[in-house]
Design a protein. Structure first.
Length: 233
């Protein structure tokens, strides 16, 4: 373990002051990819509040340069600091500096800068880059952004090809592809259904997408009944 930089030391002291050991035990079980010793145990509302305060200090810009971080919560604070940035170009630069260091699904999925909504054409080009990465959580982040911002009024049927063409043995990539298609079935059923009918996804991802769609209240009973017949045994 390297010696903590001043910005890290300041933040770490605050994080440990908010530690909840029972929550630490619970949270650690949800993230098998990371060492439980790197989880402090800070509840998300407390972490968001701390991050908002810390982002306004002189230490914030120093802290996000201290990569890799030692603790899970430090990674989440890093993500929240990026979210607070209002300049799109700066957000992209900071996101791309950070993505290679993300080592778990929870940190990956919590990052969603509000400024993205104002720059969807540019963001789409980045999503195409991210989903071709060799890094698991960069790919997952790209699919997540495609799901979050391009399944409503910005939707185009050809966008479904981006996750459909991803071939991976990584659980956390395939789970996000399944989540994406389940959400697409809820929001853009007619466009997404052929990908299930034609078995465009690998068996596990195909079945998981159906499972998640069936669990959704946004998918009709009739649609769920049909989806059940499309499971691959």
């Amino acid at each position: 373990m390297r010696e903590a930089a001043p910005a890290e030391a300041v933040l770490r002291e605050k994080l440990f002051s908010l530690q909840d050991l029972k929550y630490r035990e619970f949270q650690s079980k949800l993230m098998p990819t990371i060492d439980s010793d790197t989880v402090i145990g800070v509840r998300t509302p407390d972490l968001r509040k701390l991050s908002k305060e810390f982002a306004k200090t002189e230490y914030a810009e120093q802290f996000i340069k201290c990569l890799p971080h030692e603790y899970y919560e430090e990674n989440n604070v890093h993500g929240f600091i990026i979210e607070a940035e209002k300049d799109y170009g700066a957000v992209i630069e900071k996101i791309e500096d950070f993505l290679p260091y993300i080592d778990n699904w929870a940190t990956c999925d919590l990052i969603s800068p509000k400024v993205f909504k104002k720059h969807l054409p540019e963001l789409f080009e980045k999503i195409k880059e991210w989903t071709k990465s060799e890094h698991t959580y960069t790919v997952r982040f790209g699919i997540g952004m495609l799901m979050r911002y391009y399944l409503d009024k910005e939707f185009k049927a050809e966008y479904l090809e981006i996750p459909a063409q991803i071939s991976s043995d990584e659980y956390y990539i395939n789970m996000m592809i399944a989540w994406y298609f389940a959400t697409a079935l809820a929001k853009q059923y007619d466009a997404a259904l052929p990908y299930i009918e034609n078995r465009r996804l690998d068996r596990w991802t195909h079945n998981k997408a159906i499972q998640k769609a069936i669990e959704s209240y946004r998918v009709s009973a009739e649609q769920k009944a049909y989806l059940r017949t499309l499971r691959i045994k």
